[in-house]
Design a protein around this ligand. Structure first.
Ligand code: UD1
Ligand code: MG
Length: 458
C-alpha cells in the first residue's frame, strides 16, 4: 500500500435521527454503526486513522474504546468543536498531518455497509490514474436525500450539489455522492481553504472541493459502485432499519450455509460476531448478540435473547434472557428465565420456569426447576432445589454467599438467609427459613409447627 492515512467523520449530531444518542453510536445488530465503518477502513491498512469527533465526543470515545483496540489499530481522535460542516471537520486534522506526505482517504461515519473491496477499488484507481481527488459515486433508482454528482455545464469537470440546494433538473440526476473520497494531501487542504458556506445550511461542505479542484486544474476521477446497498447512508431511523435488516440477513445467510437451521429468518437477529455450531436450530423471535459462542445441536428459542455467552453443545434455551453466562452441555434453561452475568450452569443441569440466576454456579445435573431466585450461590452437583426457593443474598449492605453441597435436597419455598452453608446430601424441609449452616447428611426443618385447634363458633 502506498502512503495513505484515513479521516473518518463522526462529529455530527445526526439531527434527523431525533435522538439523544449520537448518530454513529446507534446499533446495527448489536454493534454501533461507527464500528462497522472503522472495521472496513482498517481492512485497507492505512498508516494512521484519524477519527473526527464532536457531538457528545466523550460518549463516542468511550463506546469505541470498549469495542476496538484503538491504539493498536492506529486510531486517533481529533476534535471538531463547532460543527460547521463536513469540510470543516476534515480541516481539524490539518495540524496532525503537518509532516505527512501522501494521500488521504476520507469517509463518513454513517456508511456501515461499505465494503473493503469497494474502498480498495477506489484507492487503486486513485493511484493508477494519479488523481488529485477520486470520488465514489453510485447510480440509485431513488436518489432522494443524497448529493448528486453533476457534470459542469461548461464541460469542465464535476461538481456535487446537495439535494436541498439542487434545481428540479439537477434532482432528476440519479448519480449520487456516496461520501468516500481519496485525496492528494497537498491539494486537499488548499481546496478546503476555498470552501465557502454559501448554501442553504450555511455549512462548509466537503463536497465543494470537487468543483474547486477542477477549477484549480487538478484531476478529479470517479469510481462507480453498482451495489446500491453499500451506498445507504444512515441519517434517520428508516434508513437504520433498512441497514439493520440487510446486515442481519447477511449474518443469517452465513450461518445457514454453515449448517445452522434458522426457522424464521425475518424474526431472528444475530450479530456478525456470533459463532454457532452445526445442527443447532434457532426458533422464531430469537436474538443472539455480542461475543457469543454456541455449540452444535442446540435448540434456542422461540424467544431466546442471548448476549456474550458461551453455550456448549446440546443446550436448550426457551423464551429466556441470558447475559454473560456459560451454559454447559445439554443443560436446559427456560421457559421464562433470566440468567445474569457471571453464572455457570453445569452440564445436564436445569434452570426452569420463571427463575432468576445471578453470579452463581449451578452444578452438574442440578435442578432449579420452578420460580426461584439464586444469587451469589454455589450449588453442588445433583442438587434438587424445590419450587420457590430463594437465596436472600443481600443484607442491605453486602452480597452474601449461599453454598449447597452435592446431592442435597431442598424442599419447596425454602429461604436461605446468606451467608449460609449446607453440607452434602442434606435435606431441607419445605417452607424452611435457613439462617444457620446445616451439616452434611442432616435434615433441617426451620418453620413453625402446624397447630390444629377447635374452631371458634362464628
Ligand atoms: C453527505 C454528503 C452528500 C452525500 C451523503 C452520503 C456533504 C455536504 N454531503 O450528506 O453529498 O450524498 O453524505 O451519505 O458532505 N460531520 C462531521 N462534522 C460536521 C458535519 C458532518 O463530522 O460538522 C460528519 C457526520 O458525522 C457524518 C458525515 O460527516 O458522518 C456526513 O454528514 P451528514 O450530515 O450525514 O451528511 P449527509 O446529509 O448525509
Ligand atoms: Mg449522512
Amino acid at each position: 500500500m502506498r502512503n495513505l492515512v484515513s479521516i473518518i467523520l463522526a462529529a455530527g449530531e445526526g439531527t434527523r435521527m431525533k435522538s439523544t444518542l449520537p448518530k454513529v453510536l446507534h446499533q446495527i445488530c448489536g454493534q454501533p454503526m461507527l464500528v462497522y465503518v472503522l472495521k472496513v477502513v482498517l481492512k485497507v491498512g492505512c498508516r494512521k486513522n484519524y477519527l473526527v469527533v464532536g457531538h457528545k465526543k466523550e460518549k463516542v470515545i468511550e463506546v469505541l474504546r470498549n469495542s476496538l483496540p484503538l491504539k493498536k489499530r492506529g486510531i486517533e481522535f481529533v476534535s471538531q468543536t463547532r460543527l460547521l460542516g463536513s469540510g470543516n471537520a476534515v480541516l481539524q486534522v490539518k495540524k496532525n498531518l503537518r509532516d505527512y506526505r501522501g494521500d488521504v482517504l476520507v469517509i463518513y461515519g454513517d456508511l456501515p455497509l461499505l465494503t473493503g473491496r469497494t474502498l480498495k477499488r477506489l484507492i487503486q484507481t486513485h493511484f493508477k490514474e494519479d488523481n488529485s481527488l477520486t470520488i465514489l459515486g453510485a447510480p440509485l433508482e431513488n436518489p432522494s436525500g443524497y448529493g448528486r454528482i453533476i457534470e459542469n455545464s461548461n464541460g469542465k469537470g464535476l461538481r456535487i450539489v446537495e439535494e436541498r440546494d439542487a434545481t428540479p433538473k439537477e434532482r432528476r440526476i440519479n448519480r449520487v455522492n456516496v461520501g468516500v473520497y481519496c485525496f492528494k494531501l497537498k491539494d486537499l487542504f488548499r481546496a478546503i481553504d476555498k470552501i465557502r458556506p454559501d448554501n442553504k445550511k450555511s455549512e462548509y461542505y466537503l463536497t465543494d472541493v470537487v468543483q474547486i479542484l477542477g477549477e484549480m486544474g487538478k484531476k478529479v476521477g470517479i469510481v462507480i459502485t453498482k451495489d446500491s446497498n453499500e451506498v445507504e447512508g444512515v441519517n434517520n431511523r428508516k434508513q437504520l432499519a433498512n441497514v439493520q435488516k440487510y446486515v442481519n440477513m447477511k449474518n443469517l445467510e452465513r450461518l445457514m450455509l454453515t449448517g445452522v437451521t434458522i426457522v424464521d429468518p425475518p424474526s431472528t437477529f444475530i450479530d456478525s460476531t456470533v459463532g454457532i455450531g452445526r445442527d443447532t436450530i434457532i426458533y422464531p423471535g430469537s436474538t443472539i448478540f455480542g461475543k457469543t459462542r454456541i455449540g452444535e445441536n442446540c435448540k434456542l428459542g422461540p424467544y431466546a435473547f442471548i448476549q456474550d455467552c458461551q453455550i456448549e453443545k446440546g443446550v436448550e434455551i426457551r423464551a429466556s434472557f441470558i447475559y454473560g453466562a456459560k451454559i454447559a452441555e445439554r443443560a436446559k434453561v427456560g421457559p421464562f428465565s433470566h440468567i445474569r452475568p457471571g453464572t455457570f450452569v453445569g452440564g445436564d443441569a436445569r434452570v426452569g420456569n420463571f427463575c432468576e440466576v445471578k453470579k452463581s454456579r449451578i452444578g452438574q445435573g442440578t435442578k432449579v426447576s420452578h420460580l426461584s431466585y439464586i444469587g451469589d450461590a454455589f450449588l453442588g452437583k445433583g442438587v434438587n432445589i424445590g419450587a420457590g426457593t430463594i437465596t436472600c443474598n443481600f443484607d442491605g449492605v453486602r452480597k452474601n454467599i449461599t453454598r449447597v453441597g452435592n446431592g442435597t435436597f431442598v424442599g419447596s419455598d425454602t429461604k436461605f438467609i446468606a451467608p449460609v452453608k449446607i453440607g452434602k446430601r442434606a435435606v431441607i424441609g419445605a417452607g424452611s427459613i435457613i439462617t444457620e449452616d446445616v451439616p452434611a447428611g442432616k435434615l433441617a426443618i426451620a418453620r413453625a409447627r402446624q397447630v390444629i385447634k377447635k374452631k371458634k363458633k362464628m
